[in-house]
Design a protein around this ligand. Structure first.
Ligand SMILES: NC(=O)C1=CN([C@@H]2O[C@H](COP(=O)(O)OP(=O)(O)OC[C@H]3O[C@@H](n4cnc5c(N)ncnc54)[C@H](OP(=O)(O)O)[C@@H]3O)[C@@H](O)[C@H]2O)[C@@H](O)CC1
Ligand SMILES: Nc1ncnc2c1ncn2[C@@H]1O[C@H](COP(=O)(O)OP(=O)(O)O)[C@@H](O)[C@H]1O
Length: 486
């Protein structure tokens, strides 16, 4: 498990670590680790010229001390001061080591700054760290255009401009690599900010780990720990039966994808409830599936289901499922059918558009069109709290957000290639997560394990190339086996 800690907890842990250490010792450790990574990258790329962007705070201090170490090691280093102040001792160290110091505190970039940025092989981005407000100052808006495409950008602690809490989207430096100190922070793992982080390298500076993470990420080892592996005493019923209510006369593909995914992921059994056409299709495409109502351990409801024109039998079964004490997953059209909290475990799996529609239907505050893009986890949290459900918000970084009452951290997963952004892949995820709910996993575990396995299966199905949703569904069993064997 990878764990990230809130800025307040990081600051408290850093203060605890500083007790008994000489003044500035932690910053020296940070700068030494940062300079070590920077030197390794310069060497790997057979390159030399360094630009240090230094802001007003201690993040700028880290970058300046690292710049001093790189200058001492013989690299040409140009420091560009971009904030209203600079860390004085660190700036003096950089000067003493031979760095050239330029200023770009406002307005357009001076010519010599443009030249330095254009010629840099490696840039240390030390504009802001965990003390930064989201967004870059206006005068730095032109920064990306001034940096050569060939330059390797290392963000110091976090990409400048990115929200340290990872809650809101903003302008930020997009780094090739982020070197963070001691502890991973939410910015590195959350949907709106992780894409700016690049490769994440954690340098140990001796900061103790706080007790409660704000964000967690499952690793392959966690899948091996959480996956419901059958024992010799199991039978198909004890392993879990998933009921699927999906599709209709119009939308016949979604149930095929749901059911194929659940069956391939190894659920005990799947029962499908739906009208004639999808039923006939499933009979020929997924012969393992059984049809009609019966006892189940969990429901997956809503993929390809048009709530307005749904079959009466389907709507009745959905009503009964929602009133039952069984775990329910609601996807796509099923999201329109939940009116109030349930007492049983409930997992919603919207994409951004569906989350916005749901939050608006529930009247959860002022919600402009870009509300979910700007603050995805906050909107998911509003829905989770209002309905007392777990919300899995799909995207390049998928967030699984439990209700605040559970007192659990958010889980985020980013295991999928962008090729997975293809019609039907969400239906595969719903079938997979439903299968895990039926086998007894909590909504948080089922959602996060499913997101990880779904993403890895997409890559396994055709490494480095396009995938169709059905290929992801067919790949699930082999991917699970590979992750369990590790
Ligand atoms: N504590 C420790 O033991 C250790 C800490 N360490 C390091 O310290 C970092 C935290 O340092 P920090 O607290 O000084 O905050 P930091 O992120 O540098 O920025 C603060 C200043 O930036 C400015 N500013 C704000 N927003 C801005 C924006 N959007 N765009 C531009 N400027 C902006 C604002 O100044 P203002 O603009 O208001 O004058 C504010 O005062 C941490 O990330 C890690 O790198 C390591 O050395 C390990 C040990
Ligand atoms: N850029 C991306 N990179 C990786 N995965 C993505 C990306 N965009 C979407 N996905 C994943 O693809 C799936 C799409 O689901 P969804 O939008 O519900 O599709 P559908 O409704 O067609 O089945 C989700 O699992 C989502 O996490």
């Amino acid at each position: 498990m990878i764990r990230a800690y809130s800025v307040e907890d990081v600051r408290a842990a850093e203060s605890a670590a500083m007790e008994g250490l000489a003044d500035g010792e932690l910053m020296q450790r940070a700068a030494t680790g940062l300079a070590g990574v920077a030197r390794a990258r310069l060497e790997e790329r057979d390159s030399d010229a360094v630009v240090v962007l230094a802001g007003s705070g201690d993040n700028g201090g880290d970058a300046l001390y690292a710049g001093a170490l790189l200058a001492e090691a013989g690299h040409p280093v140009v420091v560009v001061l971009v904030g209203s102040r600079a860390h004085e001792a660190a700036l003096a160290a950089a000067r003493d080591a031979g760095a050239i110091v330029l200023e770009w505190r406002d307005g357009a970039a001076p010519g010599e700054v443009r030249t330095a940025l254009g010629e840099a092989d490696l840039i240390l981005d030390g504009v802001t760290g965990i003390g930064g407000r989201p967004g870059l100052p206006d005068h730095l808006a032109a920064l990306p255009d001034l940096v050569s495409d060939d330059a390797y950008v290392i963000a110091v602690d976090l990409p400048s401009g990115a929200d340290p809490a990872g809650l809101v989207a903003s302008d930020a430096v997009y780094a090739d690599e982020t070197v963070t100190f001691g502890l991973t922070k939410p910015v590195h793992l959350m949907p709106p900010t992780e894409p700016a982080t690049g490769l994440l390298t954690v340098v140990d500076i001796g900061v103790p780990e706080p007790s409660s993470p704000a964000v967690e990420r499952l690793t392959y080892e966690d899948v091996a720990r959480l996956w419901p592996v059958p024992t010799p005493t199991d039978d198909k019923y004890s392993r879990g039966v998933l009921g699927v209510v999906a599709g209709g006369e119009q939308y016949t593909g979604a149930p095929v994808m749901n059911v194929t995914a659940a069956v391939t992921a190894g659920v005990g059994m799947v029962r499908y409830v739906g009208p004639r056409r999808p039923t006939d299709l499933l009979r020929s495409l997924v012969p393992e599936c059984v049809f009609g109502e019966g006892r189940v351990q969990a429901w997956a409801i809503g993929s390809g289901l048009d709530a307005e024109n749904a079959d009466d039998d389907q709507l009745r079964v959905v009503r009964e499922a929602l009133e039952s004490d069984l775990p329910v997953l609601l996807d796509a059209g099923g999201l329109d059918l939940l009116e109030e909290s349930r007492s049983a475990p409930t997992l919603l799996t919207p994409h951004a558009g569906e989350l916005l529609r749901l939050a608006r239907r529930l009247e959860l505050g002022d919600l402009p069109d870009d509300a979910v893009r700007r603050a995805p986890v906050e909107i998911a949290r509003r829905v989770a709290d209002h309905l007392d459900v777990t919300v899995l918000l799909k995207g390049a970084v998928t967030a699984v957000v439990p209700p605040s009452s559970a007192g659990l951290p958010v889980r985020t997963q980013s295991d999928a290639p962008a090729w997975l952004a293809t019609a039907g892949s969400g239906d595969v995820l719903a079938g997979l997560a439903g299968a895990l709910l039926a086998s007894g996993l909590s909504p948080l575990d089922a959602g996060s394990v499913a997101a990880l396995v779904h993403g890895v299966a997409a890559d396994d199905a055709n490494p480095g190339g396009p995938v169709r949703a059905m290929d992801v569904a067919h790949q699930l069993g082999r991917t699970v086996a590979r992750l369990l064997r590790r």
